[in-house]
Design a protein around this ligand. Structure first.
Ligand code: ADP
Ligand code: ADP
Ligand code: MG
Length: 472
């Protein structure tokens, strides 16, 4: 087993990996930028190293990180998600330096980092893909030909895309021209690669993804699916496991398709195969994410399998200790992304000092967060402050428990998604499972709440309760 793991990431996912390491008795090293010297994740590591320059560059500087790992005697690096998690060149560098990259081999990262290639592989092994262009589209002319042959709407996608960026829904020739030009520019700036391809736009699908674990001996299991259809601008906001609409038969079929794809890609470690499921129950492969995902928590709660520890065991060469038939899905889990954003102002990021913090608790509530009173939310990173994952025996119970937990959540000083999420838990459509990827756009009433009242009331009540308790 590894002696020391360096986490090349920050925030809640760094904390998540440190927790796994602590239980496995592995020493940990954090990296941090100047603006976050006092962050919780930094304090939770056994060692911490300042990297720079600036708030972001140090997390992307592959040489600096590998050299640091060497210098401090770390024998493995966990990349988390985002930053270098899908960077094949980084995985190569680790390999050359004889440091284990906790993730798949660079060859698999290279293949799966290119959506056109991944689609091609899926097609070759008989997995349905969203109808789309065979290859990248090299001219507007080519794009127009495809769109006219398949019919609008179509989606313009970046071959190297991720994180919901570089996606455009297009409904006419004029829009397509514009979308391809701006899409190529955005893709080049965001991913260093301007390649685009086109897909038929599926109306009102569900986003269904399968969590996989694959060891070095070729065993691959899936841990069931997650429904991530509650999205804003193609970015996930709420994730659910298991899906409310998947039949047992489809679960078997899609699970097997996901496993087939992982095998064909020579994939190892933890990864997720994403599908769209249309209104008629047809599924289509979309992409594979070769890394830990933000929403792995819901799967952990319903399977009781620690996916991050599994990543570490697999990277260390240990075979999986369970087979497919030993994976049982128990009850339901819902993850809410508590973001420092203001839903009533176009989800504008909100940074600043946290003036009050009290996280919810009780049966079935899990918090993966980095927030405490007086912590200053930096403006440089993504807006995720905490993930609240709630589980229950039935869907009904899980929604009501999630609602109760959001009510308990006190987080002041920045605007957050909490009141918006609470409105979702009160929505009859959500409760009765009537949602797909169009859900947020078709429910404008979710934006109606009085932010001041929501948070102030609770804080006043809680402060009074605490004062009374302390006065006893
Ligand atoms: P998940 O699929 O785990 O829910 P997200 O799509 O929300 O993940 O992305 C998790 C993080 O990784 C976000 O910070 C996102 O911006 C980042 N990310 C995802 N894909 C890429 C990519 N290809 N390049 C750079 N960053 C990415
Ligand atoms: P990313 O790499 O940014 O995660 P994805 O290809 O996974 O991009 O797509 C992100 C989201 O965009 C999906 O979850 C889905 O809601 C929407 N989407 C992607 N492709 C299509 C499509 N062909 N039709 C309809 N919606 C799509
Ligand atoms: Mg995706």
């Amino acid at each position: 087993m590894f002696k020391k793991i360096l986490v090349a990431n920050r925030g809640e996912i760094a904390m998540r990996v440190f927790r796994a390491c602590r239980e496995l008795n592995i020493a940990t090293a954090a990296i941090y930028a100047e603006c976050e010297a006092t962050a919780i994740y930094v304090k939770k590591a056994n060692e911490a190293y300042l990297v720079g320059p600036g708030p972001v560059q140090g997390f992307l500087d592959t040489r600096q990180i590998v050299n640091l790992a060497k210098r401090i005697g770390a024998d493995a690096i966990h990349p988390g998600y985002g930053f270098l998690a899908e960077n094949a060149q980084f995985a190569h560098l680790c390999r050359e330096a004889d440091i284990t990259f906790i993730g798949p081999a660079p060859e698999a990262l290279e293949l799966l980092g290119n959506k056109v290639q991944a689609r091609e592989l899926a097609k070759q092994i008989g997995i349905p893909v969203v109808p789309g262009t065979e290859d990248r589209v090299q001219s507007v002319e080519e794009g127009l030909n495809f769109a006219r042959s398949i019919g609008y709407p179509v989606m313009v996608k970046a071959s190297a895309g991720g994180g919901g960026r570089g996606l455009r829904v297009v409904r006419s020739d004029e829009e397509l021209k514009e979308a391809m030009e701006s899409g190529a520019r955005e893709a080049l700036a965001a991913f260093g690669n301007a390649d685009l391809f086109l897909e038929k736009y599926i109306e009102r699908p569900h986003h269904i993804e399968f969590q996989l674990l694959a060891d070095k001996e070729g065993h691959v299991v899936h841990l069931g699916e997650r429904d991530c259809s509650i999205q804003r601008r193609h970015q996930k906001m709420i994730e659910i496991a298991p899906s409310l609409i998947l039949t047992p038969q489809l679960r078997v079929q899609m699970g097997e398709a996901a496993i087939d794809l992982a095998r064909a890609a020579k994939f190892q470690n933890a990864g997720t195969v994403e599908f769209l499921l249309d209104q008629d129950g047809h599924y289509y492969f979309m992409e594979m994410n070769p890394r830990i995902q933000v929403e792995h928590t819901v799967t952990e709660q319903i399977t009781t399998i620690d996916i991050v520890q599994a990543q570490i065991w697999i990277a260390a060469g240990r075979p999986l200790v369970f087979g497919q038939h030993e994976v049982n899905l128990q009850g339901y889990a819902i993850q809410c992304r508590i973001n420092a954003e203001d839903p009533q102002n176009g989800f504008r990021p909100s940074s600043g000092k946290i003036t009050a913090y009290l996280s919810p608790g009780g049966i079935g509530v899990r918090i993966d967060g980095v927030v405490y009173k007086d912590y200053t939310v930096p403006p440089y990173y993504d807006a995720l402050l905490a993930k609240m994952t709630v589980q229950g025996r039935t869907w009904d119970e899980t929604v009501r428990r999630t609602h109760r937990s959001l009510e308990e959540f006190v987080l002041r000083g920045v605007k957050t998604t909490i009141p918006f999420l609470k409105n979702i838990m009160e929505d009859p459509d959500f409760l009765s499972g009537k949602f797909d990827t169009s859900y947020l756009d078709s429910h404008p009433d979710l934006y109606e709440y009085d932010y001041a009242l929501v948070s102030e009331d609770l804080v006043v009540a809680l402060s009074a309760a605490i004062a009374a308790y302390e006065g006893l």
